[in-house]
Design a protein around this ligand. Sequence first.
Ligand code: IFM
Length: 435
Amino acid sequence: MQGFELGRDFLMGTATAALQIEGGDRNNNWYRWCELGKIKDGSHCLRANDHYNRVEEDIALMRAMHNDTYRLGLEWSRIEPAPGQWSREGLDHYRRELELLLDAGITPLVTLHHFSHPLWFEDMGGWENRRSPEIFRRYTRTVVENLGDLIRDWITINEPNVYAMGSFLTGEWPPGKKSIPAYFRVLRNMVLGHILAYREIHAVRSARNFPCPTRVGVANHIRVFDPEDNALARGAARRLDYLFHTIVVRGMAEGKLSFPLGTGGCPLGKGFYMDFFGLNYYSRDIVAFSWKNPGMLFARLKTDPELPKNDLGWDIYPEGLYRICKEYYAKYKVPIYITENGICDADDDQRPRYICDHLEQVARLRREGIPVERYYHWTLMDNFEWTEGESARFGLIHCNFETQERTLRNSARLYGEICKAKAVTPEMAAKYLGA
Ligand code: IFM
């Protein structure tokens, strides 16, 4: 690899989610799912990384990697343990964490909903309940009123499409429902919840004269769907793209509810609700047509035998990052934050190259004038990877879950050097990639 520059104004860091690292919370939907024995390796989110008690130690690791920014999630159930009841302890905990980050010179980007929420919310149907957007707005308001002086950058909802699919279509995630109408009901409510939260964050921050600017977005999980070379496969890929990506992004950005979320109108009024485009990018799928898969819109997803795979069998396809950023920038013309990008790679033999190859696409985009402003590597340390449990290792830092010892992997050292230099140099490539 030749080396490339990212630019001094480019911000870099890592991303995590509260449920995946904090441990210790019994009042959320994933706690119950673990109790039901739904995690493949038998591990439990109650343990995770014990980050709740190790915030300082983990911020020191971010500093050691020269991170400028950190994407963290708030655990809703710690803030609103019962409907309309606010926990001083939960809010104080996050205030302290945010202050420690800011003192360390690390800019927080805060996610309000990342797959987990309180049990009381789950028990009223969660995002399927028609009152969910308003309930999410109320939670958002309390967070902004109490912590909004410390947070300029917000993600309302992480990967609404992945959440709705896992929880309401395939049934692999809590509450384990398998229903196409429920999938669309949930997406519709999440769109409305995002818009209400977007408005609330801006309204409260501006009324209180909190430091500007305020930026609010969504962490969108976007995949590349490349069809096989026939008309039926092309149709299947288009349908997937529409139902998995377009209706969600359009709804959240423009407030427009396209079929089947609605009839094309804007129930909350016309507007634009996306100050940056958050992109979680991991992989691509080859789409084949299959009569046997009506539930998947007659699509069958395949991997590309030519491409390397991560530990979970996902194709590694850096060019996809470039293609998606180009496509969505052309549509929305807002700054792009790569809010997640990473690899499941326990022995860390692919991660250094993965990081360099994906950042090379970012450098290419920036040279072409596409404003990719930030990159958050998923993830800081091995953590609780939903139904995969502790076995799927996405961390720059290795975690021994028994002892909670954190050990920097080679890729963490490389990432630290890149964050410091805002470049990949030929020397780094030689040292870490052997090329
Ligand atoms: O761990 C998840 C994260 O919570 C959401 N995006 C994908 C990651 C890797 O699967």
